[in-house]
Design a protein around this ligand. Structure first.
Ligand code: NDP
Length: 327
């Protein structure tokens, strides 16, 4: 029986805390595939799980970490053999099933996808849930029939993980990308990813009007609340917004006006429960439509010891881009 290091979130009479533990295989949860975790990432959601600022962890104790890439060690699942390189995002790992911040994981093989062709494990984790969700948003806009010729696309929370990847992908696909950020000092960074215009977050965060000037054909929103309401009010007739985030709040103070007077579509995006066929399509599109040089430029690599401080900083909105954990 071989031991491995793991972070364990506890919640009991001692309060909410994260412990750095040594565990062995017997501690792992049910599953038909055991893997050696080689890389993970830090998402906003991981920050919430580690700080306890929102109830992401729903079962205790829990190993947090919603993204993992690794090598199969043992498998009774016919689709996976020892030595296979695999990736897992979402599916409740790090929330209700032991997650990525550990040397090993045992999971349900149906949750895995083979490491996508064209990506290394490190780059797959640089994409992670955030980049996956960004690509899912782009696909949602496309499936609604939207295309670069329709007009500009706005990306909110643009310097964050989802936002950064969305900017890079949309720019590569030929969209005129308007990046909304609360950090004007990141303008150079966003321009390097392909943003054509940068706007100040406050332009979209005031009290929303039912309808505003038609500024955007499409939107990718990671902020929610008044920001999403403002974006909806500024979408051109027939446009749409892919909404995936709540960095600014869970509420949505809008009216039916954009929907019934401008035919605007609000396209919900959830990466956690994303079905397998779409999951494979999203990864295929990531490998095809995300410029790897830009991905590398927006990625920082950290060690296991850095997980807790990085998770705290992401919740405080102090970080930009994506963080890969080299296990
Ligand atoms: P990050 O923390 O990396 O990025 C969030 C960005 O939002 C920040 O960088 C900042 O961008 C902006 N922001 C933060 N706080 C506020 C605020 N109070 N008002 C307005 N803007 C703010 O997080 P991720 O990119 O990983 O995730 C973004 C959102 O998407 C989160 O809410 C997350 O929970 C959600 N998400 C949802 C998924 C799904 O499946 N639906 C999957 C992945 C993420 P800037 O500095 O540029 O203004």
């Amino acid at each position: 029986m071989s031991g491995f290091r793991a972070l364990l979130v506890q919640k009991d009479e001692g309060g909410y805390r994260v412990e750095d533990k040594q565990l062995d295989d017997a501690a792992l949860m049910e599953g038909d595939v055991t893997l050696r975790v080689t890389h993970s990432s830090i998402n906003y959601k991981d920050g919430l799980a580690i700080t306890g600022k929102a109830p992401v962890v729903r079962k205790f104790p829990m190993i947090p970490g919603i993204d993992m890439a690794g090598i199969v060690e043992k498998s009774t699942n016919p689709d996976y053999q020892p030595g296979d390189a695999v990736v897992l995002t979402g599916k409740g790992v790090g929330e209700v099933h032991y997650g990525a911040y550990a040397g090993k994981a045992r999971v349900n093989g149906d949750w895995l996808v083979p490491l996508p062709a064209g990506l290394t494990a490190a780059r797959a984790m640089a994409v992670g849930t955030a980049g996956f969700t960004a690509m899912q948003c782009v696909i949602a806009l496309e499936r609604h029939g939207l295309k670069p010729a329709d007009g500009p696309v706005v990306v909110t929370g643009a310097a964050g993980g989802v936002g950064s990847v969305a900017v890079a992908v949309l720019a590569k696909l030929g969209w005129h990308v308007i990046a909304s950020t609360g950090r004007p000092q990141e303008a150079g960074y966003l321009t390097s990813l392909g943003a054509a215009e940068i706007i100040e977050r406050t332009e979209l965060s005031g009290t929303p009007r039912a309808l505003g000037r038609e500024r955007f054909a499409a939107g990718v929103d990671t902020v929610g609340s008044t920001t999403l309401a403002n974006v909806l009010s500024m979408i051109k007739w027939g446009g749409g917004v892919a909404a995936c985030g709540l960095a600014g709040g869970m509420d949505l103070p809008t009216s039916v006006a954009p929907f019934i007077l401008r035919n605007v579509a609000l396209l919900g995006v959830d990466s956690v429960g994303c079905p397998r066929a779409l999951r494979l399509e999203v990864w295929r599109r990531v490998a095809q439509d995300l410029d790897m040089a830009k991905l590398d430029a927006l990625t920082s690599t950290i060690a296991f010891d850095d997980i807790i401080p990085t998770a705290s900083a992401i919740v405080e909105g102090k970080l930009r881009g994506r963080f890969v954990v080299k296990m």
